[in-house]
Design a protein around this ligand. Structure first.
Ligand code: CP3
Length: 373
């Protein structure tokens, strides 16, 4: 375990050295690697989305999938959100389910219903039919990243992303969102060989997809295991951890840090840590210091403001932001974010306030003698 006081001298020396040169991009990447930074970097899950009028304006003329598949539109939406919020990192506008098409599964987004997969995967034969040789068709995401990189250069961190094997398998098998994951777990328990082949196929496609994004200039890849919290620790370890670990190691071999994110994961965190992801995303249900301590401070952490806090007044939001930063205690390796994505009715100005509060906190701490509790 690393003690905070042990790191203080190192932090001071390095912080001094990077203060002038620190761009938001280097600040974000350094934090992912648990290197000292001049202030905590901040970005938001779902920062480009329906809560933002600029996104709604584009969305009036294009479907979600059109925006994803046209690099110029995806780049525009990504850039607009990052600039409007003045965050340290831009996540490429895309969707978790895009790889389904090249694997041979048709899907659509139905208004108010979320994603619908027309012929869900239910049998070993369905798994056998899935293709892994057409990941090149996802090249439009890499092309969008190239445009975002050309725009921001090194000024902002650029995040590429993909789904994790479990979360994507659950959409494939359930045919959409789910409450109890009955079909998914049934296949997992009763057709375990087919389950493992399914996860292997997903890893094959997702690693190629992530590689395209890194080659296009993504600085970091986030792996979304949004629904991993539906699993017991035993099931996670037996049926999900091995494939996830393979995917994350593969992405790291391309030379970028990996952020591994899930929701409702308090009990899973130590097992998730065994993937050796550089950063774990924390939901808001566990205090940040408790979660980080349970991880033995062996990785960086990202989070973890409740996204619904953004409906409160600025004073309460400021207190919650400060509380999280107090719990992080300036230990290297904290990236400020929400515990899950921004929801559609969120007031944009409250998201902007959070960015300001994170900056102000750092400025206050930098003033000698000015401490707050
Ligand atoms: O800035 C950003 O983060 C936006 C890029 C982004 C989208 N989807 C665009 C999108 C990202 C990172 C995702 C990831 C994603 N997609 C996840 C994991 C993230 C998480 O919250 O845990 C998941 C589970 C999906 C699958 C998905 N896509 C669902 C379940 C839905 C429906 C959600 C709803 O509220 O209707 C989508 C649609 C979707 N993907 C939207 C956006 C902006 C909203 C729909 C729209 O614009 O029509």
């Amino acid at each position: 375990m690393t003690d905070r006081t042990d790191l203080s001298p190192l932090r001071d020396v390095n912080a001094h050295a990077i203060t002038d040169a620190a761009t938001a991009g280097s600040r974000f990447v350094r934090a992912c690697l648990r290197q000292p930074v001049d202030r905590t970097p901040v970005w938001f899950l779902r920062q480009a989305g329906r809560y933002m009028p600029e996104y709604q304006a584009v969305r009036r003329h294009h479907t979600l999938l059109e925006i994803c598949r046209q690099p110029q539109l995806a780049a525009e939406v990504t850039i607009t959100a990052a600039e409007k919020l003045d965050v340290d990192a831009a996540i490429i506008f895309a969707d978790l389910l895009l790889p389904f098409e090249c694997m041979g599964l048709d899907f659509e987004f139905q208004a108010g219903e979320g994603p619908v997969i027309h012929h869900p995967v239910r049998t070993p034969e369905d798994v056998a039919r899935l293709r892994t040789d057409r990941a090149a068709q996802l090249g439009y995401v890499a092309q969008a990243i190239e445009r975002v990189v050309a725009h921001f250069k090194d000024r902002l961190g650029i995040i590429g992303f993909c789904g994790a094997p479990f979360t994507l398998a659950s959409y494939m098998i359930e045919g959409g969102g789910s409450r109890n994951y009955i079909h998914t777990k049934t296949l997992m328990y009763r057709e375990t060989d087919a389950w493992r082949r399914l996860l292997d196929k997903l890893v094959a496609v997702l690693s190629q997809f992530a590689k395209q994004q890194v080659e296009a200039g993504a600085d970091v890849i986030q792996v979304f295991d949004s629904w991993a919290g539906a699993l017991s620790v035993e099931d996670y370890r037996d049926f999900v951890l091995p494939a996830t670990k393979t995917l994350i190691a593969e992405i790291q071999s391309y030379g970028v840090p990996v952020i591994y994110f899930g929701v409702d994961t308090a009990s899973l965190l130590p097992a998730m840590r065994e993937t050796h992801a550089d950063v774990l995303g924390l939901d808001w249900r566990t205090p940040l210091d408790t979660a980080w301590r349970r991880l033995d401070y062996a990785c960086a952490v990202q989070g973890n403001l409740d996204p619904i806090t953004l409906f409160a007044d600025p004073e309460l939001i400021r207190n919650r932001v400060r509380h999280i930063l107090d719990l992080a205690a300036a230990r290297p390796g904290h990236i400020f974010n929400l515990g899950h994505g921004i929801v559609p009715e969120t007031p944009v100005e409250n998201v902007q306030h959070v960015v300001r509060f994170v900056r102000e906190y750092a400025a206050e701490k930098a003033l000698p003698g000015k401490q707050h509790g």
